[in-house]
Design a protein around this ligand. Structure first.
Ligand SMILES: *[C@@H]1O[C@H](CO)[C@@H](O)[C@H](O)[C@H]1NC(C)=O
Ligand SMILES: *[C@@H]1O[C@H](CO)[C@@H](O)[C@H](O)[C@H]1NC(C)=O
Ligand SMILES: *[C@@H]1O[C@H](CO)[C@@H](O)[C@H](O)[C@H]1NC(C)=O
Ligand SMILES: *[C@@H]1O[C@H](CO)[C@@H](O)[C@H](O)[C@H]1NC(C)=O
Ligand SMILES: *[C@@H]1O[C@H](CO)[C@@H](O)[C@H](O)[C@H]1NC(C)=O
Ligand SMILES: *[C@@H]1O[C@H](CO)[C@@H](O)[C@H](O)[C@H]1NC(C)=O
Ligand SMILES: *[C@@H]1O[C@H](CO)[C@@H](O)[C@H](O)[C@H]1NC(C)=O
Ligand SMILES: *[C@@H]1O[C@H](CO)[C@@H](O)[C@H](O)[C@H]1NC(C)=O
Ligand SMILES: *[C@@H]1O[C@H](CO)[C@@H](O)[C@H](O)[C@H]1NC(C)=O
Ligand SMILES: *[C@@H]1O[C@H](CO)[C@@H](O)[C@H](O)[C@H]1NC(C)=O
Ligand SMILES: *[C@@H]1O[C@H](CO)[C@@H](O)[C@H](O)[C@H]1NC(C)=O
Ligand SMILES: *[C@@H]1O[C@H](CO)[C@@H](O)[C@H](O)[C@H]1NC(C)=O
Length: 379
């Protein structure tokens, strides 16, 4: 019976339709056949790092036959009634291809599952056109090792480069962009934006899985230089004097993935904006400059790989100090001075008229000069 099953496996197995499952070291995975209404009386799970050739779970007439000597040992549990297998305490070496065949009256139902058990993931952010090196989980490369770099998360991806027996074979499609280093690492040269994505390295030692690591590479455009705009209708008053006017300024920048826009007063952050939804619209952040603010403000646009800053001086920017504002102030001062002069002139004229009147009076009553003095001081 078992032999028959294994023969079936080898002849029937095909890589065509497959599902993939990714787990981390130490986690538990449950693999199950695709929902079938048929009763699960007889089924067989097989496994292998490169092809599913080893039987790991056998159920005949709803009876679980324990398979001894597999790498999973007691970590594998078989559920007879629904065909599931559960493997706990996963290790890197559990990565591979799982294949279930269910014997039914109408034939054999099959399912292929690629399981990838990652050591860990690492994020790599790089600026468009920059170089980025993806390292292997560090150890010394020896002849017994095999290093395989692939696109994607697991072994189902496209092979980029393979190092076997101290030779490496580079996929011609990556020849222009990728460089394989002697320590097993992979360098992307002048990386274009479309190379954002997942990459993984698998290391085999004497053909057995040894270690594995996945990279999530994000290629960012450099952030652009922020620019200032003002809205004249939004000048605000806190008092009657022109120097009591504050103003708004908006800092804007072309939005993009993970772009943050922040206002700083010296080292102090004032406000910040981030919008991952409307990446096609420019980001904008207003700042209210109070009349008493005499400092410089800095607007910073940042994404994970680049920073751009622009500083404005509030004394240059705000209306009370702006050239236009200054003109108004000068004009008002001129008007003020003019009015003052007019008043003085009127007073002068009145004083002269008064003097004349007094002189007339003096001519009439010369004996009372004190009267003139007191009258004069009253003006
Ligand atoms: C596996 O080992 C158990 C005892 O540990 C034994 O009862 C069982 O028959 C073995 N299974 C096979 C298929 O040899
Ligand atoms: C899984 O690992 C935990 C913690 O290391 C241990 O207690 C448990 O016995 C392990 N289970 C199996 C089936 O090996
Ligand atoms: C099968 O049964 C086991 C144990 O009852 C359960 O953990 C698992 O989720 C079941 N699988 C499916 C596909 O329902
Ligand atoms: C299993 O079912 C899933 C959806 O439930 C489907 O995407 C997948 O192709 C099926 N796999 C096989 C091998 O039929
Ligand atoms: C990227 O690598 C290429 C080739 O080694 C080199 O010419 C270029 O200067 C590097 N670019 C940067 C930004 O380091
Ligand atoms: C591996 O080689 C590359 C290119 O020579 C180098 O940039 C990188 O730092 C090396 N990695 C280690 C871990 O030494
Ligand atoms: C890769 O990283 C980016 C940016 O941090 C994140 O948005 C994306 O979901 C990650 N992709 C995967 C598959 O984890
Ligand atoms: C200026 O502010 C007013 C009032 O808040 C608003 O209606 C107008 O759209 C703003 N103009 C610009 C160019 O931002
Ligand atoms: C967005 O900002 C860029 C400069 O960074 C500018 O050329 C473009 O006109 C702005 N778009 C809008 C809608 O304001
Ligand atoms: C910007 O994003 C918000 C949600 O964050 C959405 O409600 C709004 O419609 C978007 N605006 C545009 C112009 O896409
Ligand atoms: C603001 O910047 C100008 C130069 O752009 C500098 O001369 C001035 O001292 C700065 N003011 C303050 C308060 O730092
Ligand atoms: C942008 O702001 C968010 C929320 O404050 C923060 O989690 C993220 O790290 C910031 N990104 C950058 C590139 O500074």
């Amino acid at each position: 019976m078992h032999k028959l099953f294994i023969l079936l496996v080898i002849t029937v197995f095909a890589f065509s339709v497959a599902d993939k499952v990714t787990k981390r070291v130490g986690e538990t995975v449950t693999l199950h056949p695709n929902g079938t209404k048929e009763s699960l009386n007889n089924f067989l799970w097989t496994f292998g790092p490169n092809a599913p050739v080893e039987a790991i779970a056998i159920v005949t007439n709803r009876e679980v036959t324990k398979v001894n000597g597999t790498r999973f040992g007691n970590r594998l549990q078989t559920t007879a009634h629904n065909g599931s297998i559960t493997i706990c305490n996963l290790t890197v070496g559990d990565s591979g291809i799982f294949y279930i065949q269910i014997l039914t009256e109408s034939g054999i139902l099959k399912r292929t599952i690629y399981l990838t058990v990652q050591v860990y993931d690492e994020l790599k952010n790089v600026v468009e056109g920059g170089n980025v090196t993806l390292e292997t989980p560090t150890f010394k490369l020896e002849k017994k090792h095999r290093v395989i770099w692939r696109t994607g998360e697991g072994i189902e991806g496209k092979i980029i480069v393979q190092w076997i027996n101290t030779f490496y074979v580079l996929n011609i499609n990556f020849g222009d962009i990728v460089q394989f280093n002697h320590n097993g690492s992979l360098t992307f040269i002048r990386i274009p934006r479309e190379y954002s994505g997942l990459y993984n390295v698998q290391i085999l030692e004497d053909n057995e899985p040894h270690s594995r690591k996945c990279y999530n590479v994000t290629v960012y455009e450099p952030v652009s230089l922020p620019y200032f705009t003002t809205n004249i209708t939004e000048i605000f008053d806190i008092g009657p004097s022109p120097s009591d006017k504050g103003c708004y300024v908006a800092c804007s920048v072309k939005n993009g993935p993970d772009v943050n826009l922040t206002w700083f007063n010296g080292p102090t952050m004032i406000s910040s904006v981030y919008d991952s939804m409307n990446v096609s619209m420019n980001l904008s952040l207003p700042l209210k400059i109070q009349p008493e603010n005499k400092e410089n403000f800095t607007c910073e646009a940042r994404n994970p790989v680049t920073v751009e800053r622009k500083t404005l001086s509030s004394t240059m920017w705000c209306p009370s100090h702006q050239p236009e504002g200054t003109r108004t102030w000068i004009w008002l001062t001129a008007v003020g001075v003019g009015l003052g002069l007019m008043i003085l002139a009127i007073i002068n004229i009145r004083r002269r008229n008064f003097r004349r009147a007094v002189m007339v009076r003096r001519e009439n009553r010369q004996e009372s000069p004190r009267n003139y003095e007191s009258t004069s001081s009253m003006i």
